[in-house]
Design a protein around this ligand. Structure first.
Ligand code: AMP
Length: 126
């Protein structure tokens, strides 16, 4: 089955400049911005500019240049946000919710970078 990208999703609109965002970082192939409903003191979303529904879609179909750019953007966001343990930060969690079981709300790949407090267990039990 192929991936079907909905060009009307909210992150596509952000990328087209149709709705505002609080940009943390912009690169050739990626954009990072503050989550509108932060669940931790640091809550940044990193998205590719290309039309990828999910992490698996991106990992399988994106170009090497897009993948390198996106991966480096995640690293830069960790650096900018001050969550890197190697630089005195307290650590972070990177999450890419995918599909129904992953409870993905926006069908454009986004990696949540969460930090600034102890985040608890990785997933709730049950
Ligand atoms: P997910 O459940 O992984 O799809 O998460 C989608 C995330 O997008 C949620 O954390 C929302 O708070 C966030 N979100 C939705 N709309 C916006 C927006 N306009 N700007 C920034 N973040 C948003």
């Amino acid at each position: 089955m192929s991936y079907e990208y909905d060009s009307q999703n909210i992150f596509a609109k952000i990328l087209r400049g149709e709705i505002p965002n609080k940009t943390v970082l912009e690169t050739e192939h990626s954009l990072a911005f503050e989550d509108i409903q932060p669940q931790a003191p640091v809550h940044v979303l990193v998205i590719p500019k290309g039309p990828y529904v999910s992490y698996d879609h991106f990992a399988l179909d994106a170009s090497d240049a897009e993948i390198v750019d996106f991966t480096r953007a995640v690293g830069e966001v960790c650096k900018i946000s001050g969550v890197q343990p190697s630089a005195g930060g307290n650590g972070f969690r990177a999450i890419a919710n995918t599909g129904e079981a992953g409870v993905q709300e926006v069908p454009h790949l986004h990696v949540h970078i969460l930090g600034g407090r102890v985040l608890g267990r990785m997933i709730s039990k049950g």
